[in-house]
Write a protein of this length. Sequence first.
Length: 254
Amino acid sequence: MRDSSRPPQARRPVWAHGLPAGMELLAGLGLVGLLVEAVQWRLAAPRGLGWSVGGVYLGMALIILWAWPAARRWLGWANRVTLLRAVLIALLAGSMAFPAFMERHVLEMTWVALLALCLDGIDGWVARHTHSASDFGARFDMELDAFFIMVLCCALIVLDKLGGWVLVVGAMRYTFVAAGHAWTWLRRPLFPSLRRKAVCVWQVASLLVALLPWVSSFWAALCVGVALALLIYSFARDVVWLYRHRRMGGSRYP
């Protein structure tokens, strides 16, 4: 209920709520520029790398602003760590526009991916210790994980390590979300699960191992194939659980 004792305030435009966060996202773009300059100086990267990496980052930034809660102003420390991870993932995604460069420096790109994976564990720790956990931060982290996995899958195709079937690994999450538009019971929040977290970590670790230059296509396919089997099993268990509880309330995506 509105407090009638307070004078009415002018309604702020929607974009103004996210203005401080937009400034932080702009700072992230500056970090992208510095990172690309360092890569070009150290690895003799193509001049067009800045455009491809910057384009990927700007796409992510626009999605963040679109989903930004009106009640929040600044990103917060946990989301800043997640944003740093987004910068590294943007570098990986943008580098795929230059397959020859990726092939020459696949080991360096794997180290970038490994650093992004390590930051995935840090942002949750920061959220708990700074009391900055939020529904938006959890969703930001989850969607970035899904995009990270898809980028790694595409990298294996660009490097001619695996065939198009590897995209099934990256598309599983997006297929699940899309199916929720047809069957609303799939939108229910899922219970916390150590199994789900373990499968996600195994999935990313398998893709990283497959990227390594000394891992042959056979072993890469075997490693990712096991990860895919575990992923299908994990999703199947969740779908069965959601189906059994479909008559209960709830409409939020897991």
